[in-house]
Ligand binder design. Structure first.
Ligand SMILES: C[S@@+](CC[C@H](N)C(=O)[O-])C[C@H]1O[C@@H](n2cnc3c(N)ncnc32)[C@H](O)[C@@H]1O
Length: 279
């Protein structure tokens, strides 16, 4: 299996995309990728959080919210258009037997779900990620928001030959059928990428174990996994760790510098049980 990881800065549609991280806008880049390329897609798109004000804890320290430029849209309409555009391209580049995972929060997942159904995708499951250590609602005006939702879907309802590793999931659940409520902590500790001053590299880095479960549930060894919103490349790292191949797209090259460090450390640790992707 190909082990080298490539960073592609000016993708022209000709370069080999296996085990690559392509820098660019995913909709433009996908237009250059040939149809029916990928065995599975994991997408963690912008949430469109629409944060109105900065948020502070009772002790006056500022909460690290998602204030990034990449999460800002003028209106629901522009977010919906963006969602429709990337989902259409994802549908084209997925193989017929491929499945799509999309993760989101209450801010965006209902819109994404409705648009993907309108495009003909067929939902297999919604998985609720229950966070064992969620951020409290600091102002005490709402319930603690302790979940995110993953939609798992096929391209259309006729598709039956998708991969579902039922026995592996059962094994991971102590011999009982795996359910759609998944308990994982948010990404923190040594897994969370931080700079020398302790600042988080990415505001929404996902826990590796969450994406590993999605990959182990719905792909085989050697499959080509695609993520159009790579961020710190958690999907690529999970795929690589389990002998799957990957193609990632990310428009902010800063995150990719860090993602490449994660891969270097994974390569060093690949035969060990302990995965410290930060050092
Ligand atoms: C929610 S984050 C993904 C985080 C990732 N799952 C991780 O664990 O690090 C979404 C990412 O999509 C990127 N992004 C947003 N719009 C994009 C676009 N049009 N094309 C490519 N990347 C985009 C953002 O820069 C951001 O890193």
């Amino acid at each position: 299996m190909e082990k080298d990881i490539k960073r592609i800065d000016n993708f022209d549609g000709k370069a080999d995309i296996v085990n690559s991280i392509i820098i660019g806008d995913c909709i433009q880049v996908m237009k250059m990728i040939k149809s029916n390329s990928f065995d599975m897609v994991f997408a963690d798109p912008p949430y469109n959080m629409q944060l109105q004000n900065e948020l502070y804890r009772p002790n006056k320290t500022k909460v690290d919210g998602v204030e990034d430029k990449w999460d800002k849209f003028d209106s629901f309409k522009s977010y919906d258009e963006f969602t429709k555009d990337w989902l259409k391209e994802v549908k084209r580049v997925m193989k017929n037997s491929a499945t799509l995972w999309v993760i989101g929060s209450y801010h965006n997942i209902f819109r994404v779900g409705s648009i993907l159904q309108d495009l003909g995708f067929w939902i297999l499951n919604d998985i609720v990620w229950i966070k064992s250590n969620p951020m409290p609602n600091f102002r005490g005006v709402r319930f603690t928001n302790a979940t995110e939702t993953l939609i798992w879907a096929v391209k259309d309802k006729k598709i039956k030959n998708y991969t579902f590793n039922y026995e592996e999931m059962k094994r991971q659940n102590g011999g009982k059928q795996m359910r759609n409520d998944w308990y994982f902590s948010i990404c923190n500790g040594i897994e969370r990428l931080r700079d020398d001053s302790g600042k988080k590299i990415h505001s929404t880095q996902k826990p590796l174990s969450l994406i590993e479960r999605a990959i182990l549930a719905s792909t085989k060894e050697g499959d080509l996994v695609f993520d159009p919103f790579a961020g710190t490349c958690t999907t690529g790292v999970a795929a690589y760790k389990h002998n799957r191949r990957f193609t990632m797209i990310e428009k902010e090259s800063f995150y990719i510098d860090w993602a490449l460090k994660r891969f270097k450390n994974l390569q060093k640790n690949i035969f060990g049980n302990y995965l410290d992707v930060n050092r």
